[in-house]
Design a protein. Structure first.
Length: 212
């Protein structure tokens, strides 16, 4: 249902994570029995909140979550997997080649190093940082009206309450918490979506120019 004709590739990805993901220290051995539902399907269902044909930058991609499942679920997306550590970036490159997924590229960099790069419509992140830090890294990478989509856990509302002043300062126009995968997952994926306003983007551009 989530991966359609690419279900075999998604299953191959799970097997690859269970093998090389564990061997290279990207996935804990205890996670192997629940790789499909807790990790790959958990990320794939987030495709339902991403617009058709969007450009997506997956920050702190690690083992490829959520970027690889999103690419498998949505061939129309153009996805950049961003990871600063060489061993993880190498794993991601091998994963994309092994699965034969078009429209995906790997960039070895920190999010802060991409502020001069082309802006994207969506930035995704999973288990990267609390909301106030994540917003500071990710909102400057968005086009006006673009969205940060963060996969979060039970503490998301506490994180959000603590981050609201920072979100406003960075130019966010709205934010909401929702669930993806109802009827598919026993425990739906909790998603925080933060939308960047036009005024906030202009303000960031002015600050960038002033600091040059």
């Amino acid at each position: 249902m989530v991966f359609g004709a690419r279900r075999p590739a998604a299953e191959q990805y799970v097997a690859w994570l269970a093998d090389q993901g564990v061997a290279r220290g990207l996935i804990g051995p205890r996670e192997v029995p629940r790789l499909w539902e807790r990790h790959v399907l958990n990320c794939g269902v987030v495709a339902e909140v991403i617009a058709a044909g969007a450009t997506v930058r997956d920050v702190g991609s690690g083992a490829g979550l959520p970027g690889v499942p999103l690419a498998l679920a949505r061939p129309d997306l153009r996805i950049e997997l961003v990871e600063p550590l060489l061993r993880r970036a190498t794993f991601l490159t091998e994963t994309i080649e092994r699965l034969g997924i078009p429209g995906v590229r790997v960039t070895r960099a920190r999010a802060e190093e991409l502020r001069g790069a082309a802006r994207v419509e969506v930035v995704t992140a999973r288990a990267v940082a609390p909301v106030h830090k994540l917003a500071g890294w990710c909102l400057p990478l968005l086009r006006p009206g673009g969205s940060l989509i963060a996969l979060k856990g039970a503490r998301v509302h506490d994180e959000l309450a603590a981050a609201q002043d920072e979100l406003r300062r960075l130019g966010a126009s709205s934010w909401e918490v929702s669930e993806c995968g109802r009827g598919i997952l026993a425990e739906p994926t909790t998603v925080l979506r933060v939308v960047l306003g036009d005024a906030g983007r202009r303000g960031q551009a002015d600050r960038d120019e002033g600091g040059a």
